[in-house]
Ligand binder design. Structure first.
Ligand code: PLP
Length: 390
């Protein structure tokens, strides 16, 4: 039913195409009304955040840490992030000038894009890739070009050559997401070095989205920070996935002081600052997070291996391993014509996932399915999936 708009609204040009709203949000709205479904749709872990982090947050709230903070984040969280990044990635970052705390990794991406991308600039995005990047780039008038991720030896990876061949004088920004959403693909240190070197030659920028950094199952995580300098690199990160606190909306960016200052200026007149309680809680927690990080990583490794095995055992389903992240992208093209058809079929079996077409051309008869939950839950979802696909 179309509702006639009042005249004052009719005069306006929409700033967003409602038909392109994220299918993830639509699935989430449907799930809220159906308690018969088991959901592997959301882009968030279903395990608990660290107990100490929650205790720190309660204490911060009771101790009056409920007010605005400085726009780039309180000094103690910026210092804690600098130590965290040095401990985990071996990178030295100046907490005073090279870090900004943001409303999730998403605000960091949004602010950076405001500064870096202008109308007509070529932006390279991965396919399959996180669909939310598309409207962010579209709204700045970017010319989006996609580079394909590769499936090799039943495993997804990011091939630097696929990026390099698409980089030219018109390229302003290359987005790398390692480990990636939804494929879990990763890029090697050598790959990062080659892309960063070429970006320098072309005066282009690399945005390295590392929000799934803790979830690597093959080898070690590589941060772009270990492969280049901040002259033409911005690293996006977040605590959302790392500590299962997606609702806190806390992320951060590491970049050149000039870029950070620009982002801070923009943030001053948008969100102003990042969730104060979370900043205080994380500042006193990060240094003791090693055990939590390895426990959730090992849990996800077990789930991923089990899910890949069980999916591949279903006739007409093919599923590559994810070297990182917390999703799989099984292919159903032998049995279904579209990702929507797979989605609807699994829904009949009582499991919610996300149709793969949201993630680009490679997801046409595929779905995104999440494995960051306790193993019993993942197993119960797999029982339902097997039953409906027999
Ligand atoms: C690849 C990727 N980058 C960034 C984000 C943003 O996460 P947040 O804003 O919760 O930190 C997400 C969330 O799903 C993601 O999948």
């Amino acid at each position: 039913m179309t509702v006639e708009l009042p005249p004052a609204l009719k005069r306006l040009k929409p700033v967003a195409d409602e038909a392109k709203s994220s299918p993830i949000r639509k699935v989430m709205q449907m799930i809220e009304k159906r308690d018969d479904l088991l959901s592997l749709a959301a882009g968030e872990a279903r395990f608990d955040p660290p107990a100490q982090l929650i205790a720190n947050a309660c204490e911060a709230m009771q101790n009056g840490k409920n007010m605005y903070t400085s726009t780039s984040g309180i000094p103690s969280i910026r210092e804690a992030v600098a130590r965290f990044v040095q401990h985990l990635f071996g990178a030295v970052v100046d907490p005073d000038t090279q870090i900004i705390l943001t409303v999730g990794g998403m605000e960091a991406i949004y602010l950076a894009t405001r500064v870096l991308v202008s109308e007509g600039d070529k932006v390279l995005l991965p396919d399959p890739g996180w669909g939310v990047m598309v409207p962010i780039m579209d709204r700045k008038g970017a010319r989006i070009e996609y580079y394909p991720l590769i499936e090799e030896n039943n495993q997804w990876c990011i091939d630097a050559d696929e990026i390099l061949t698409r980089m030219d004088a018109g390229t302003r920004l290359v987005v790398i997401n390692s480990p990636s959403n939804p494929a879990g693909a990763t890029l090697s240190k050598e790959g990062f070095m080659r892309v960063l070197a070429k970006a320098k030659e072309l005066n282009a920028f690399v945005m390295s989205d590392e929000v799934y950094h803790n979830f690597v199952y093959e080898g070690e995580f590589t941060s772009a920070l270990s492969a280049g300098d901040l002259d033409n690199l911005i690293v996006i990160n977040s605590f959302s996935k790392t500590f299962a606190v997606t609702g806190w909306r806390i992320g951060y960016a590491i970049a050149h002081p000039w870029l950070i200052r620009q982002m801070v200026m923009y943030k001053e007149s948008t969100s102003l600052c990042t969730f104060a309680v979370g900043q205080w809680a994380l500042a006193s927690y990060l240094a003791s997070s090693d055990d939590y990080l390895s426990n959730v990583r090992e849990l996800c490794r077990v789930n991923m291996t089990m899910m890949v095995e069980r999916l591949n055992a279903i006739s007409g389903v093919r599923c590559s391993k994810a070297p990182g992240g917390f999703y799989l992208m099984p292919d159903f093209s032998e049995r279904f014509d579209s990702s929507q058809a797979v989605f609807e079929h699994l829904l009949k079996g009582g499991v919610a996932v996300v149709p793969g077409n949201f993630f680009g051309s490679r997801g046409q008869a595929s779905i995104r399915i999440m494995f960051a939950a306790n193993t019993d839950f993942i197993s119960a979802c797999m029982d339902r999936i097997e039953a409906v696909l027999l």
